[in-house]
Design a protein around this ligand. Structure first.
Ligand code: MSP
Length: 506
């Protein structure tokens, strides 16, 4: 029996085309999902779109189309970009799916009947783009603390969720589950800045706009977007109030919710409290990943510095873009995107370290042995260290991936690629080739190199799936063994460049 692994991304707003920041998240999730599959887990990978709310209603009006038409177009654009990035999600969910909407209504009613949701009145400062009410004391220089824009004073009848009721339970849970919020700095931030100072009840309905899931027993109200959005993680795997399907029992709790650092608060405060109200277990882990930023700071339309992943893929290819995101954004701090750095990585890491190694090795195998390479086992002392690094790759990559340190995991694979290039320099096959007596030594060297390339290709699959299969095709071996295999009979194919060098001035 395979062990299940449920991973989700945040569901993207359908207010516009997702930029490389939003796209980074799906690629990161994809790398983790693919790695778990490689390890033999029964992975369920869910992503999708968050389609309700005032902001979308306004955007649709501006565009002169119905909100439904507007979100249909955006959702299909987002899905296309996820596909262009070669992400292997199992389900793409939408909050306008009828089945989701119905279960959200059931959840709202259940919480109301239980006394966890009550009707009252909301007075406060409201930020329309963020769809959030703030108290005066939360404002920063009189502006929205999240986006820095102007807020309006608003008063409306609303339903509230009793966050305060779950405060102690939540605090105890977070303190006794140190792995729940990652990175640890985020856990401390949640506890000290938000939970310990006291949780205020949360407004969970709106009457000021229509584009939302109606509260079915009070049709003036629509469900506040975060209650609608967060529940996507359970409504799409067969949950309904008081009816938990076999699918739900198998998949829930999620193993990992992957979200950006800006929305970790919603996932580690609101979401756990909603789940406690439903008497459901909490997700095992929430990882608030850092952001992709530009050299002049945050990406924004007004700055004109927005970059889209599909444009980059068209220009540089999907695996170059995936490599950049996965390698360049550290675990706990923001990473910068620049075209120059992307080109530098393509030339340095992908064309040079990886591409050259593969091409040189296969060419030598073809030149010296007509492509037929087997292990003659004429080993020298330096082989031991080399074979050890091949055989320890699995443990090294696994160790980093278990800690969600994806950039470091790729770094381990590139260390082995570098070691393979060094092995060529040290064994100098072109010198061995001049002496017939060293024929078997030469074949052993080439064999060791091809095996190293094969193992690297196996571990590259989660990060650069196309490149991984191209390499396995070129060496003509689909053996997915994670360590050095000493008795393969290679019949190498023809080498072709995996990545083209790019001249900066072009
Ligand atoms: N709809 C909400 C999420 C609801 S989840 C129940 C939302 N959508 S979003 O489209 O604004 O963002 C989607 C994801 O992209 C979020 O996890 C967000 O943190 C992430 N990112 C947004 N900008 C980003 C960067 N510049 N860099 C990396 N991730 C970024 O929030």
């Amino acid at each position: 029996m395979k062990e299940k692994y449920y991973i989700s991304t945040a569901i993207a707003y359908t207010s516009g085309k997702p930029h490389i920041g939003n796209s980074y998240e799906i690629v990161l999730a994809d790398a983790i999902a693919r790695f778990k599959r490689l390890q033999g887990y029964d992975v369920y990978f869910q992503t999708g779109t968050d389609e309700h709310g005032e902001k979308i209603e306004i955007k649709a009006n501006e565009a002169g189309v119905s909100p439904k038409k507007f979100v249909d177009d955006r959702a299909s654009e987002i899905k296309d970009i996820w596909d262009i990035l070669n992400t292997s999600y199992d389900k793409f969910v939408r909050t306008t799916d009828e089945a989701h909407e119905k279960v959200v209504q059931h959840i709202f009613k259940y919480m109301y009947d239980k006394g966890d949701i009550y009707k009252s009145e909301y007075k406060g400062m409201y930020c329309t783009p963020c769809e959030s009410f703030w108290t005066e004391s939360q404002l920063v220089d009189g502006k929205c603390p999240d986006c820095g824009r102007d807020v309006l004073e608003k008063c409306e009848e609303a339903y509230f969720f009793k966050l305060s009721k779950y405060q102690n339970q939540l605090e105890k849970y977070i303190e006794s589950h140190p792995e729940f919020i990652q990175p640890v700095a985020r856990k401390n931030e949640m506890l000290n800045n938000f939970i310990k100072p006291g949780l205020q009840d949360l407004c969970v309905s709106r009457t000021s706009f229509k584009w939302g899931i109606p509260v079915d027993f009070d049709s003036k109200h629509v469900v506040y977007v975060w209650l609608d959005a967060l529940t996507n993680y359970i409504t799409n795997i067969g949950y309904d109030v008081l009816k938990e399907s076999d699918e739900f029992k198998y998949k829930w709790p999620a193993d990992l919710h992957l979200v950006g650092k800006d929305i970790i608060r919603f996932h580690t405060i609101y979401w756990p409290c909603f789940l406690m109200s439903l008497d459901l277990p909490l997700p095992k882990q929430v990882f608030g990943h850092p952001w992709v930023i530009m050299s002049d700071g945050k990406m924004s339309k007004s700055k004109g510095n927005v970059v889209y992943a599909d444009d980059l893929v068209k220009e540089f290819g999907v695996d170059a873009v995936r490599y950049y995101f996965l390698h360049e954004i550290p675990f706990a701090s923001d990473g910068v995107f620049t075209r120059d750095l992307l080109i530098e990585r393509i030339n340095g890491d992908l064309a040079n370290i990886l591409g050259n190694l593969v091409q040189r090795t296969i060419s030598m195998g073809n030149k010296y042995f007509d492509g037929k390479v087997s292990n003659k086992k004429v080993n020298e002392l330096l082989d031991e260290e080399f074979l050890n690094s091949i055989n320890s790759l699995k443990a090294k990559v696994t160790n980093k991936m278990d800690k969600l340190q994806v950039a470091d995991a790729i770094g381990e694979i590139f260390n082995l690629l570098r070691a393979s290039n060094k092995y060529i320099d040290e064994t100098t096959p072109w010198v061995l080739a001049k002496d017939d007596a060293l024929h078997d030594r030469l074949e052993t060297v080439i064999y060791n190199l091809v095996e190293s390339i094969r193992v690297c290709a196996v571990f590259l699959e989660p990060f650069m799936p196309e490149t991984s299969s191209k390499i396995l095709e070129q060496i003509n071996n689909s053996d997915k063994t994670f360590s050095f295999v000493d008795d393969s009979k290679y019949e190498l194919g023809k080498p072709s460049a995996l990545f083209m060098r790019i001249e900066i001035n072009k």
